[in-house]
Write a protein that binds this ligand. Structure first.
Ligand code: DX5
Ligand code: ZN
Length: 226
């Protein structure tokens, strides 16, 4: 099953409540919430208070993508804001294994995220404490960027590593995931899509319509490869 998660930083912030309700109704599988500190990445987006506010609008899992330095400081904060899953960057935490254990011991699903240039051997010794791996397919910090083609090979390598080691770990891809890139990321082993400006947040159609078109497209790919 391919999980579809809207990247809420791409939403119309002046209508965030309506956006969450319409995406929930459209049948998304989870919500991807990008958190940025202006340090690990040169941008700012949502914060814990916003997350707390929208938490009551949907029961779908909140996947918090912490693009922040030393993320271990914020696990409790985002747990109490309503997180169900938290991914942290391998590049942002010298105590990666410890923080991933902290996320899990807080009762949340733990994810490790890798920037495009980060080799996969950075996660070799944390596979036993992660539930998902977030492969950045653009450089983190901004929506609307172009997919980095080398990431197809990285997705395949990570999928092969996970399978070889025998772990049940989801493979999430994040950045310019749209009609041009979804065939390749699925073919190489991704099963959790972060969908932003190139798939769900289109100016000319409703979120329900966008989700419907995306689901039909993905189902068609699955049937084609069956
Ligand atoms: C970028 C974020 C992505 C981004 C996706 O740092 O992690 O989730 O918002 O937006 P698109 O799909 O437009 O690349
Ligand atoms: Zn993200």
């Amino acid at each position: 099953m391919t999980a579809i998660g809207p990247s809420l930083m791409c939403a119309d912030m002046s209508r965030l409540k309506e956006e969450v309700i319409s995406l929930d109704k459209a049948g998304v599988d989870y919500f991807h919430l990008d958190i940025m500190d202006g340090h690990f990445v040169p941008n700012f987006t949502l914060g814990p208070d916003v997350i707390h506010q929208i938490r009551k609008l949907t029961d779908k899992p909140f996947d918090i993508h912490l693009m922040v330095q030393d993320p271990g400081r914020y696990i409790e904060l985002f747990k109490s804001a309503g997180a169900d899953m938290i991914s942290i960057h391998a590049e942002a935490d010298p105590h990666l294994q410890k923080t991933l254990q902290l996320i899990r011991s807080s009762g949340l699903k733990a994810g490790v995220a890798l920037n495009p240039s980060t080799p996969i051997d950075q996660i070799e010794y944390v596979l036993d404490v992660v539930d998902y791996i977030t492969i950045m397919t653009v450089n983190p910090g901004f929506a609307g960027q172009k997919f980095i083609p080398m990431m197809y090979r990285k997705i395949k390598q990570i999928a092969e590593l996970v399978q070889k080691e025998g772990y049940q770990i989801q493979i999430q891809v994040d950045g310019n995931i749209g009609y041009d890139t979804i065939p390749g990321v699925l073919e190489n082993g991704a099963d959790m899509l972060v969908c932003g400006t190139s798939s769900l947040f289109k100016s000319n159609i409703s979120r329900e319509e966008a989700m419907q078109q995306l689901s039909v497209f993905i189902d068609g790919l699955k049937e084609g490869s069956a």
